[in-house]
Design a protein around this ligand. Structure first.
Ligand code: CTP
Ligand code: CA
Length: 224
């Protein structure tokens, strides 16, 4: 069985996949999070394994279990995810499906914050997290030959995602519309546009597994 699983067009290729949300602590018992389930990243990792890739799966606290056959690196915060990704390189390709928190709480408390009886709410301060996708895309040495980002947008999806691809320096962006009306965020389907130097290619609304299989096939065609 193991032999069968490791066969396929991506045999011998290493792919790093990030997935899930990150949690950014407020104090030891509270955190800032987002609605990512990790389903899309998990499906992509599984589809890459099915094509024979060795996959390092760097995951935040997701609500779905990691797929079989990957090397799992579990992290909590964006900074931990960045460190895990950097340590996992070199790779032939990297896919950034995680919903990384854009900000962390810079005045997080070392002890549980307590009400002081004054009725005053605490003020949280924020600092921007490192951009993992941009850091890897812009590596001078050891850049994976294919770097794939996601772009979660609620409006002007293709324009925003095309600008994001240029700004970050990744090869492909998988853009999706996460506006509330689509029901995409946290759901089982995805409707994406693949943006590359060839332009924007709209895919039909598909189950996340089918989006994953299609993307894995494209990755395979590019790097195998
Ligand atoms: N990403 C990342 N590190 C971050 C933020 C985002 O690696 N600190 C990656 C995501 O995994 C995704 C891509 O960058 O592949 C785009 O994420 P998105 O949230 O759409 O873009 P941002 O650059 O954070 O811009 P904004 O949220 O302001 O639209
Ligand atoms: Ca963001």
């Amino acid at each position: 069985v193991e032999q069968a699983l490791s066969d396929g067009p991506l045999k011998g290729k290493h792919v790093v996949v990030t997935s899930g949300p990150t949690h950014e602590p407020i104090d030891p018992v509270r955190y800032i999070a987002n609605r990512s389930s990790g389903a899309q990243g998990t499906a992509i990792a599984a589809a890459l394994v099915a094509l024979g890739a060795r996959v390092t799966f760097v995951t935040g606290p997701a609500s779905v279990p990691p797929p079989f056959g990957v090397d799992v690196l579990s992290v909590e915060t964006a900074r931990q995810m960045r460190d895990a990704v950097m340590n996992a390189l070199p790779a032939d390709a990297a896919v950034f499906a995680a919903a990384v928190a854009d900000w962390r709480v810079s005045n997080a408390a070392g002890q549980k914050m307590k009400k002081d009886g004054s009725g005053q709410a605490p003020a949280l301060e924020f600092a921007e997290n490192p951009d993992i996708l941009a850091s890897v895309s812009q590596l001078a040495k050891g850049r994976p030959s294919l770097v794939v980002g996601f772009a979660a947008e609620t409006n002007d999806v293709v324009a925003n995602a095309t600008a994001k691809r240029a700004r970050k320096g990744c090869d492909w962006i998988v853009a999706n519309d996460v506006s509330e009306a689509t029901g995409i965020m946290g759901g089982s389907e995805n409707e994406v546009t693949l943006i590359s130097d060839q332009g924007a290619e709209q895919w039909p609304r598909l189950g996340k597994e089918d989006v994953a299989r299609r993307l894995a096939e494209r990755i395979s065609a590019e790097i195998a």
